[in-house]
Design a protein around this ligand. Structure first.
Ligand code: BGC
Length: 442
């Protein structure tokens, strides 16, 4: 049989992505800790607890393994509530610990990409109304100044805020994230303030570090009308996509922020991204539902013929990666896939998912689209927010009680991909033979 390899461009970044609250353990001073301690908020009342014990030092073993497996980059986040535990105190020891971690990451030959806000707010910010409060973008900017000043020699790639639209959706529409509201007006306020916080952070980072690369991580969710011939489905699909997918990013181009029925001028946001950080997991069909107010007049589903992950959370739809890349390309900036992955404790679906999504990334890179790197979510199973430990996104399995790690076969596959800087017929034959014809059509 024909042997072939799709090679990625030289210097392509290969990594995995993590977030502080999900892996560090011992984060007891933020909004998510408060949320975990409210009954009924997290799957089976589970807690982040020790998480993957990265704060206890286990980041070193996990990332040493990642580097041995050919990765050359790692995306992580730093926890605001550790660095600024109250409105008027700073903890420089915690910043030193991040310095130690980041120099360790560099010594391992991994390029760090650092997120400054990944879903959690310090408790004092949360208790002051979180991002509904107009002071929060200012507070966030102060934190960014302090953190970037301390870490600037170790970090080139910064992500200001992870998935503002997901924070807004979860916290202010669906109510599954803190503070559990369902209030469209509050949602608008929150995301507009995140836009302000992002813009301020962008300028501060460049002021301190002119050569930095600064962006935010956009969860792009391609949406399709369930019945393309039915105008209400088409309308609700466009309406949602404009708010969720385009609102924040378009404001960075034209200073005009549009979200649901609201709009605002945010001129300071213009030109505040150096690259597109793209998180892609799956895509949905959308049905108009006039009475589903909390779900913004819709129901979403995966078509019955597509393969769906074990908790039904993610469908394997690589064509959505293509659509996401196409969207990202329209900004004419370098693109990094900052998250992509699937929950799959038995690792039955992940190899094909990984290879099929990477083929779309390769197609884009091969057509000279500026795709520069890929960060798989995630290196190791970690605390999956309101879904607790019920979803396993890791290349490695973890037992959070014993902290024992077990390698999944996808870790071997990803190591081969990173070492080869490409995907080959041999890899497909070995790990996902069912995808061979699709990936290497003959
Ligand atoms: C978030 C991650 C999360 C992942 C899988 C993304 O939306 O950024 O923190 O773990 O999805 O649920």
């Amino acid at each position: 049989m024909l042997e072939a390899t799709y090679h990625f461009p030289k210097g392509f970044l290969w990594g995995t992505a993590t977030a502080a609250h999900q892996v560090e353990g011992g984060n007891t001073n933020n909004s998510w800790y408060a949320w975990e301690n409210q009954p009924g908020r997290i799957h089976q009342g589970q807690k982040s607890g020790l998480a993957c014990d990265w704060w206890g030092g286990r980041w070193k073993d996990d990332l040493t393994q990642a580097a041995e497996d050919g990765q050359n980059a790692h995306r992580l986040s730093i926890e605001w509530s550790r660095i600024q535990p109250t409105a008027d105190t700073w903890d420089d020891d915690e910043l030193d610990k991040y310095r130690e971690m980041l120099s360790g990451i560099r010594d391992l030959g991994l390029e760090p990409m650092v997120t400054l806000h990944h879903f959690t707010d310090p408790l004092w910010v949360y208790e002051n109304g979180g991002w509904e409060n107009d002071e929060t973008p200012v507070q966030f900017a102060n934190f960014v100044r302090r953190a970037v000043d301390a870490l600037k020699d170790l970090v080139t790639f910064w992500i200001t805020i992870n998935e503002p639209a997901v924070v807004t959706n979860g916290g202010y529409l669906e109510g599954s994230f803190p503070p559990g509201k369902s209030d469209l007006g509050a949602a608008f306020k929150v995301i507009r303030n995140m836009l302000r916080g992002h813009a301020a952070a962008y300028r501060i980072i460049h002021e301190i570090q002119p050569d930095a690369q600064v962006g935010f991580a956009k969860h792009y969710r391609p949406l399709q009308p369930a019945r393309p011939w039915f105008p209400p489905d088409v309308w609700i699909t466009k309406f949602s996509s404009k708010s969720f997918n385009d609102g924040f990013s378009n404001a960075l181009v034209n200073g005009k922020f549009k979200f649901a029925f609201f709009s605002a001028d945010v001129p300071e946001a213009v030109g505040t991204q150096d690259y597109i950080g793209l998180n892609y997991y799956s895509m949905d069909q959308v049905v108009f539902k006039p009475f589903a107010v909390k779900n913004v007049f819709q129901r979403r589903y995966y078509p019955p013929e597509v393969q769906v992950s074990e908790t039904g959370f993610i469908a394997n739809r690589p064509e959505g990666m293509r659509a996401a890349l196409k969207w990202a390309r329209s900004f004419n900036l370098p693109i990094y896939i900052t998250e992509n992955g699937v929950e799959d404790s038995k690792d039955g679906m992940r190899p094909a998912y990984l290879l099929e999504h990477l083929r779309e990334v390769w197609k884009a890179a091969n057509a000279n689209w500026q795709v520069k790197g890929y960060f798989h979510w995630s290196l190791i199973d970690n605390f999956e927010w309101e879904r607790g430990w019920s979803q396993r996104f890791g290349l490695w399995n973890i037992n959070p009680e014993s902290q024992a790690r077990t390698r999944r076969k996808s870790a071997d596959l990803y190591a081969e991909i990173c070492h080869e800087n490409g995907i080959s017929t041999q890899m497909v034959m070995k790990y996902a033979p069912e995808s061979l014809q699709h990936l290497f059509p003959q």
